[in-house]
Design a protein around this ligand. Sequence first.
Ligand code: ATP
Ligand code: MG
Length: 137
Amino acid sequence: SQRTFSIIKPDAVRKGYTAAILAEIEKAGFKIVAIKKIGLTKEQAEGFYYVHAARPFFGELTTFMSSGTIVPMVLEKDNAIADLRTLMGATDPAKADEGTIRKKYASSIGENAIHGSDAEDTAAFEIGYFFAGYELK
Ligand code: ATP
Ligand code: MG
């Protein structure tokens, strides 16, 4: 099986969707390996999203991601990285398929409820950014 990294973003936590999103994730067959509730500083959000530093929305994105509580987690199943991206739906919730988490719980391309790693190397970086080895048994 494979591990991936996910975050329930501040918009979804604020709206009270944490438990509903976790239920969707478990129903889809993911095991929750590690999970916590934290807040990021702007600098910590910038470090997490450094690959997007040159994008026009970087300031908006990192201000948003540091605007409230988030729920980072490590998830495990066969084909976890691709399957989580499918479960999440398109970045823009207006373009997301019916039944996806972003279709159900996201409000805009900027405030889109959930993050999921897009490849094995980014998953490894992102897991290490939020969790220590002893939390990942
Ligand atoms: P994520 O990396 O959060 O799982 P994603 O892989 O679907 O989302 P990316 O292209 O990696 O999308 O963009 C990272 C995040 O930046 C998006 O989830 C969204 O919150 C934000 N973002 C992307 N495009 C825009 C945009 N045009 N305007 C505002 N925010 C955006
Ligand atoms: Mg991405």
